[in-house]
Write a protein that binds this ligand. Structure first.
Ligand SMILES: CC(C)(COP(=O)(O)OP(=O)(O)OC[C@H]1O[C@@H](n2cnc3c(N)ncnc32)[C@H](O)[C@@H]1OP(=O)(O)O)[C@@H](O)C(=O)NCCC(=O)NCCS
Length: 171
């Protein structure tokens, strides 16, 4: 059974490993070893028990809203969001679903739950920077490309290509 619930501090290690593995496999596979390590930032140490690594990961996961998807006691998805950008738009900051659970509607449920939470607070405009791999997913979720593709940084790594997208709900 799939449950969408708020993240708890005790989820940090599972969520860190999920992000490290999914980001590394689906979004960073074309980068060389050192570039990839820079782009993973603290998630490079997702399996480390070192307190400073655990602390850096907990800080990197932190966001106004963090939701997890749990299936049979295992965390298989995470969505971070709720930051407000300079133009007053609520940002969906990141979303990862475990590779063995893709195309089962988990990403959709996480995005819908996130949007519902913010729509209830009066938010009508959502923005995000999509990985190029996730553009078809976000198009399906009602987001539209807002500019051309941009090169951004991912932690210490430069040259990560991303597609700005937004969704404007009717008042
Ligand atoms: C993008 C991602 C979160 C989607 O999660 P998911 O749980 O597999 O997505 P869903 O099953 O909810 O997909 C909903 C719909 O989106 C569309 N979609 C999803 N993935 C797609 C893909 N790779 N290609 C084309 N359409 C896709 C489909 O229409 C799908 O419905 P369907 O399966 O009934 O056809 C997941 O692929 C992922 O974690 N990717 C790697 C990390 C990443 O790029 N994250 C985005 C960061 S901004």
């Amino acid at each position: 059974m799939l449950t969408i619930r708020p993240y708890q501090e005790s989820d940090a290690q599972s969520v860190g490993v999920l992000i490290a593995d999914t980001y590394g496999k689906y979004n960073l596979s074309e980068f060389s070893g050192s570039q990839r390590d820079e782009m993973l930032g603290p998630f490079l140490y997702a399996r480390s028990a070192e307190p400073s690594h655990r602390q850096a990961i907990a800080e990197a996961i932190h966001a106004p809203t963090v939701l997890v998807a749990e299936m049979d006691g295992r965390i298989v998805g995470v969505l971070r969001g709720g930051r407000v950008d300079a133009l007053g738009r609520t940002v969906l900051q990141s979303l990862f679903v475990s590779g063995d659970c893709h195309r089962r509607g988990i990403g959709r449920q996480l995005v819908e739950r996130f949007e519902q939470e913010y729509v209830a607070r009066g938010v009508r405009v959502f923005k995000l920077l999509a990985t190029l791999e996730a553009v078809p997913f976000y198009l399906e979720m009602g987001y539209r490309k807002s500019t051309g593709v941009r090169s951004i940084h991912s932690f210490e790594g430069r040259g990560f290509m991303s597609q700005p997208m937004k969704k404007v709900l009717k008042k």
